[in-house]
Design a protein around this ligand. Sequence first.
Ligand SMILES: [Zn+2]
Ligand SMILES: [Zn+2]
Length: 499
Amino acid sequence: MKKFLTILLSVVLAFSLSISIFAQSESDECQCGHIPVVFVTGFAYTELVANAGTPEEYGAFGVESEAITEMIKGLILPLVSLILTRDYDAFAHRLSADVMELFYDASCDENGNPKNPTVDIERFNPPRAEHYENDYFTFRYDWRKDIFDIAAELNDYIEETKRLTGHSKVAIRAESMGGAVTMTYLKDYGYDSVETVVMQSSAFDGISTISSLFIGDLTIDAQSLVNYIGNFMEGNAPDMVFYRALYLSLAKFAFNPIVDFLGGFIGNIDDIVYDECIKPLFGYIPGLWTFVTPETYEEAKDFMLDEEVNAVLIQKIDRYHYEVQDKCDEIIADAMANGVNFAIFSNYGKGALPIGEKSVSQSDFLIETEHTSLGATCADYGKTLGDGYVQAIDDGHNHLSPDGMIDASTCVFPEITWFVKDMVHTWYTDGYDELVYKLIYTEGQETIHTFAEYPQFLVNNQETEALEPMTAENSDTQSTDVDFIELIKVWSEQIKNAE
Ligand SMILES: [Zn+2]
Ligand SMILES: [Zn+2]
C-alpha cells in the first residue's frame, strides 16, 4: 500500500508539475500580437573587418580607397610598358598579383578557410527583448563562410530572439543571399520556429551573370551595358523621359568602341588573370558558390577548381548544391505542408549585369527574374513574349503580366509568387514594406488571389513609392515618348525655382 501511495503521489506530483510548467509557458508567451521578424540580410550587407574589436581594426573587403589608389599608381608603369611592348602576359601577372594582395584579408585558402583568421563581421544588432510592429531584427553574417555554418548561426539567432521576446515563432524576411541561407536553415533545423517566410529577390536559384564569371564567359555586350547604366533612369517624369530618350539614342555609339576594346583586352589577359587571380580569389570563397546556378554548377566546378587541391572545399559546396539548391522546390513544399506560410517576391524591369550571354535577361539589376521567381518564363529585357504568346500552363488562372513580359505559370509556386516591376534588387520602398508586413501579420497562407489591391503583377510607382496593381497603362516604365509641352513646363518651373 505504501508503495502504491508513493507511486500515486509521484504521478500526481509529476502531473501537477507538468501542468504548472505548461501554464507557465502559456502565460510567458508574449500577447502583443506582432510576431518578431528576423531580417536575413544579403551578400556583403555587413562589413568585414580585420583585427575586429581592437584599435588596429580596419575594413577587410570594402578595401580602403588608399589601397586602391596605391594599386592604380603601381599599375601605371606596367601599363606604359604594355603599350610600348604589347607584352600582355607581363601585365596580366602584375595585375593578378596586385588584386590578390588588395583582397588578401577577405580571401580564403584552397580548402575554403579564411587566410586572415582575425577577419570577422562587425557585430551589432544582437537579438533583444523589445519588439514592435513593422520592426525587424537584423541577422548579419560572414558571407564567405560555408552556408551550413551561417545557417547554424541563424538558428542560434532565432532561438535567442524567441527566448528574449517570449514568442514561440518568428517570421523571416530574407533578401538576396539571405534567401539561400534561409533555405539551408529550413533544411537543417526544420519548421517549428518559423511562422512565415517572405523571400525578397532571393538568390536561392543562383545568378546567371555570376555563373558566367565562374565558367570563364567574360563577354561584354554593348546593348547590355547600355541597359545596365540606363537602370538608373527611373520613373516617367517628363524630364526623365527626355533624358532617357537622349541617352538611349546616343549611348550605343559611345559604348561600342569601348566594348570592342575591352573585349580584345580581356581576351589577351584572361587566361593568366583567371589562373592567378579570379580562380584563387573568387573560386576559393565557399559563400560565393551560392550564386552559381544549378544549370552551370558542374561546369563551373570543373573550370574553377581542382578535384584534388580543392577536395575539402568541393565537399562543402557540393553539399549546398545537392541538398539545398537542387531541392528548393521540395523544401518549400515541405515547409508549407508543415504550416509555414510562404511568399516569393521577384522584381523585374531592369537590365541584367552586362557579363556573359545571359546579360540580355530580364532582371532586377542583379539577379535574373527567372531565378528569383523560381522558374517564370521571361522575355529578354526590353522585349515581350510576343503577340501570339499563350500561357505555358493552363491552371484556370491568368498568369501572364499585362505588359506581355512574364509568364508566371511556369513558376514552381505560381500562386504565391508576386512580381514587382521597376524595382531594383533590394531598394525597398514604404509601399513594398507595407505588403511584406501585411503578409506577415495576416493569419494563414495568403496567395496572389487574397488581396484585390495586391494581384500577382505590381508596379513600383517611382513618384509615390506605392505598389500599384499593374495595368496596360502603368506598365511601361521605360517610356521614351517625350511630351515636349510637359517638359517645357517642368523646365520653366525649375528655372523659376532657381531664381
Ligand atoms: Zn510580442
Ligand atoms: Zn494559378
